[in-house]
Design a protein around this ligand. Structure first.
Ligand SMILES: Cc1cc2nc3c(=O)[nH]c(=O)nc-3n(C[C@H](O)[C@H](O)[C@H](O)COP(=O)(O)OP(=O)(O)OC[C@H]3O[C@@H](n4cnc5c(N)ncnc54)[C@H](O)[C@@H]3O)c2cc1C
Length: 596
């Protein structure tokens, strides 16, 4: 197995050359106060050292040992506690946090790179800081000043970690039917009672306190999603002076045995009149939780890229080293018994497909992060609103497309190893097992596709979609005279036109066919994602082209060649997806239950 190396060269290229992030940061005064290019570079460098040097070496052992449950206590795998301490000492939990409460105020464009390194190095571990950062975001956006002052500083520092408690045994996708109850107390607090399952890092030994954000229903709450409220429920109650008080009345009943991310604890949490405090307004808990979930959704998309990058690194090294058969054009290394498998077109297809998705995906997650930064920090209302629209539209694409292609890339990396990819030794099978959950949690990818097609596209009658289409149109216009981009501009314009047509088609169909949205949604999200990555590869080519000819490192010339591969072999998949979507829902709905 190749040792995971943080892809700093590519991250710097994406940030500085593809997106000119320093100019974006300078245009947002609240961001400019905290970050400049030198600071950003130092953060990347340090994050790279921690990911490669501290987190990656624990990844295999974490998978082998898993977490251990004993009478409500959860012990993390060897080394995790110390690694978590390193994260606390560096303040990494609060990297993007609100400086008023001890966060570092770094922009998401930069934080996204740190997240990718951490998840690529060790996904099971990376979930703890990720959930803590998400919980902080929801608390910062919706909590009262008292709650923020009491909890945020210790959560940003990581001394206390965060967990997200939505799922119940009978309620996963459909949170409207949750049963957990919250009864008001006279002192303004609530007693929370119910069972939550699948709670990631809901109990562990790495932090001094664990702050749960729990969805529950107040007495007499309206039925369905409009009757859900959000509560902060700490493992240890916090005294007025900030010290830890008695243990709250809830506990971890067990942890799950599971396919992957075995180094993380997936907990059953039993709340038995546990003391909690309302976050945000009564019955508006789902909206408040969405602040956290939207953040986590991009984070989960980034997990897909992280795992795929790790897989690509190992597969590339193996393809250069493993010798089998001769190249179709004749022996390339006649002194050896066979040539390295990299000579075979099919091995190259796999590596290039991985590269296309990983590097294009990294640019896409940075693109979404850029809109998140503008939506959070722009001072001009119109600019902020525009960015909010982009974030709403692109978040489900980032979550589902990057994890679907992330798993594809992990499986291709495994395939490059042949039988050696199937056995434990090389680590490829762990990546496949770990990455698989990213398609399921934080809302399954099927639900992401419904969110995109139903709420964001049809629900706005194409208005949000237009924002994206216009952004690509602007790029095409400003790049029209660029000779280097000649192979890309026409196919990109055609792909966007195809997406325009399909978008319009489904909006029309949805008017009189209730199954139209669900029948189109997953293929539509794929079509959208492939087109969006096509746009990213055109941007990458634009940034790389001026340097490519004189490039002796192979970095820029490699970018131009990978862009060509993406346009030749991956973007054309949009044609068949569009064709399938146009066939409508008839064949999908035709079978009776018995015929299945
Ligand atoms: C390892 C792990 C960690 C997790 N971590 C957390 C956590 O920290 N906190 C937390 O609260 N939860 C967590 N979860 C729960 C996770 O978010 C849910 O499992 C997920 O949202 C799906 O819910 P479900 O499993 O109940 O599936 P179901 O909701 O039963 O769905 C089953 C299938 O039906 C489909 N489906 C359901 N409804 C519809 C619909 N309306 N239209 C079309 N298709 C539909 C789904 O896409 C899916 O394919 C975790 C789960 C796992 C396995």
């Amino acid at each position: 197995m190749a040792d995971y190396q943080a892809p700093l060269r590519d991250m710097r290229f994406v940030l500085n050359e593809v997106f000119d992030a320093p100019a974006l940061w300078a245009s947002l005064p609240k961001v400019a106060e905290h970050v400049d290019p030198e600071t950003a570079d130092a953060i990347l460098e340090e994050a790279g050292k921690i990911s490669s040097g501290v987190l990656a070496p624990l990844n295999r052992e974490g998978d082998e040992q898993g977490c251990k449950w004993n009478d409500g206590e959860v012990t993390s795998p060897d080394g995790f506690k110390e690694a978590y301490q390193t994260i606390v000492e560096g303040g990494w939990n609060g990297l993007g946090g609100n400086p008023d409460f001890g966060g570092m105020g770094m922009p998401k464009t930069l934080v996204a790179q740190f997240e990718e390194m951490m998840q690529g190095a060790n996904m099971a571990f990376g979930l703890a800081p990720m959930l803590t950062a998400g919980a902080c975001l929801a608390l910062d956006a919706h909590g009262s000043d008292d709650l923020k002052e009491k909890y945020l500083p210790n959560m940003y520092s990581g001394v206390w970690s965060g967990a997200m408690d939505l799922t119940e045994p009978h309620a996963g996708t459909d949170l409207g039917i949750i049963r957990t109850k919250a009864e008001p107390n006279e002192d303004g607090s609530f007693n929370v009672t119910g069972t939550k399952i699948f709670i990631t890092w809901g109990e562990h030994d790495m932090a001094e306190n664990i702050i749960h954000l729990v969805l529950a229903k107040l007495p007499d709450a309206p039925k369905g999603p409009k009757g859900i409220s959000l509560f902060l429920v700490p493992k240890f109650l916090v005294n007025d002076d900030g010290s830890l008080g008695e243990r709250n009345s809830f506990s971890c009943g067990s942890i799950e045995k599971k396919m992957g991310i075995k180094g993380s604890a997936t907990c059953v949490m039993n709340f038995d009149g546990a003391k909690g405090w309302l976050v945000g307004e009564e019955n508006k808990g789902l909206a408040a939780m969405f602040t956290m979930m939207n953040y986590e959704r991009l984070g989960v998309g980034i997990q897909g890229i992280g795992a795929a990058e790790a897989s690509l690194q190992s597969a590339r090294e193996y393809a250069l080293d493993r010798i089998q058969s001769r190249a179709p054009t004749g022996a390339q290394q006649p002194e050896k018994a066979a040539d390295p498998i990299l000579v075979h077109p099919d091995v190259r297809r796999m590596l290039l497909t991985m590269k296309g998705y990983v590097e294009g995906g990294r640019a896409f997650s940075t693109y979404v992060a850029q809109w998140l930064d503008i939506s959070k920090y722009a001072e001009d209302d119109e600019r902020r609103k525009h960015a909010e629209g982009m974030v709403a539209l692109l978040t489900p694409v980032a979550k589902a497309f990057l994890t679907d292609r992330g798993l594809d890339a992990c499986i291709m990396g495994q395939q490059v190893f042949g039988g050696h990819g199937f056995i434990r030794e090389w680590g490829q099978e762990q990546l496949v097992r770990d990455c698989r959950i990213t398609q399921i949690y934080e809302g399954t990818n099927g639900i992401q596709a419904l969110d995109l097609m139903g709420r964001k596209v049809v629900g706005t009658r194409g208005k949000l979609y237009e924002l994206f289409a216009q952004d690509v149109a602007n790029f095409l216009e400003e790049s029209s005279g660029n000779e280097h981009l000649r192979p890309f501009l026409e196919p990109l314009a055609a792909a966007v036109e195809r997406l325009d047509d399909v978008t319009e088609h489904v909006i029309k169909q949805a008017g009189d066919n209730p199954n139209a949205i669900g029948a189109a949604s997953v293929d539509y999200l794929d079509l959208f994602g492939l087109t969006a990555l096509g746009y990213m590869w055109a941007k990458i080519a634009k940034a790389a082209a001026p340097q490519a000819e004189a490039d002796t490192s192979g970095f820029y010339s490699g970018k131009m060649k990978t862009a060509r591969f993406y346009y030749d072999r991956l973007l054309p998949k949009t044609v068949s997806l569009a064709e399938g979507i146009r066939s409508g829902s008839d064949s999908m709905m035709a079978l009776t239950a018995e015929e299945f």
